[in-house]
Ligand binder design. Structure first.
Ligand code: BTN
Length: 250
């Protein structure tokens, strides 16, 4: 990861730049980093606030090839593995108790420090490449008022400026290690690291919108596909898509 890094002053979205590079044959691990993004995006069409210098905005090209079982969704598993890598990298560089909130938020306490957006380019049902986009808050910024109470940054938590290059290097090293686990089909290793880094998940009250209205239940675990398992009454439901709201942790 990161043997080739494209460093940009400003771009719309590093995920788009990385996808264009991947389409023209860039190798796995090629990384795009921007000082700011003018159209940074998060999951579910959300905007990712990306002012200059306040965050690390990076995208990495992954070519999963045939390393996964045919019933496994590479973007989901790469997202899980990336969450583990980012939380581990933050812990290693800062000593902060970073945790993962399913599927891919990295939190300190209840505040979001980093998010991951995995976007797959499929060809005949097989992922040609996946772009792993990571946004990580390095220092406080003038966040929109509705966002401010829910986000934090490395500088806000440690009261020291974050070493951007060190954080980037540690993230790339951790992503490389966790993707190697994935490629070697060490799913159990990734899942147990994920569970360790997500200690608040079991028993958390969650809800989501279904065709028949709001469904509520208690999160139990994740399965080998990365789906969330939620106890609803007497049954256990798998949640793979949609926006789960964490009622018990808000
Ligand atoms: C989320 O939590 O919703 C995911 C946020 C992902 C943001 C990063 S910043 C770098 C890359 N480029 C984008 O446009 N998005 C991702």
């Amino acid at each position: 990861m990161g043997r080739r890094v494209h460093w940009l002053e400003s771009t719309a979205s590093t995920n788009d730049v990385a996808a264009r590079l991947a389409e023209s044959g860039a190798e796995e691990g090629t990384t795009v980093v921007a000082e700011s993004q003018t159209a940074g995006r998060g999951r579910h069409g959300h905007v990712w606030f990306s002012p200059p210098g306040a965050g690390l905005y990076l995208s990495v090209i992954v070519r999963p090839g045939t390393g996964l079982d045919s019933d496994q969704n590479p973007a989901n598993l790469l997202t899980l593995a990336s969450g583990v890598a980012i939380a581990e990298a933050v812990r290693a560089v800062t000593g902060l108790p970073a945790e993962i909130k399913w599927p891919n938020d990295v939190l300190i306490g209840r505040r979001k420090l980093a998010g991951i957006l995995a976007e797959a380019a499929m060809q005949a049902g097989i992922p040609e490449f996946v772009i792993i986009g990571v946004g990580l808050n390095l220092q406080s910024a003038a966040y929109p008022p509705q966002l401010a109470p829910h986000v934090t940054s490395i500088e806000a938590e440690t009261t020291r400026p974050a070493d951007r290059a060190l954080v980037l290097a540690e993230i790339l090293a951790a992503l490389g290690e966790r993707f190697a686990d994935l490629r070697a089909r060490r799913f159990d290793v990734i899942l147990s690291a994920w569970r360790r880094l997500s200690p608040s998940l079991p028993g958390a009250l969650v809800e989501w919108d279904s065709k028949t209205g709001i469904v509520r239940g208690y999160a139990q675990d994740i399965d080998r596909h990365g789906a969330l398992l939620v106890r609803v009454g007497a049954t256990v439901e798998r949640v793979v898509a949609g926006e789960v709201r964490w009622v018990g942790r808000e």
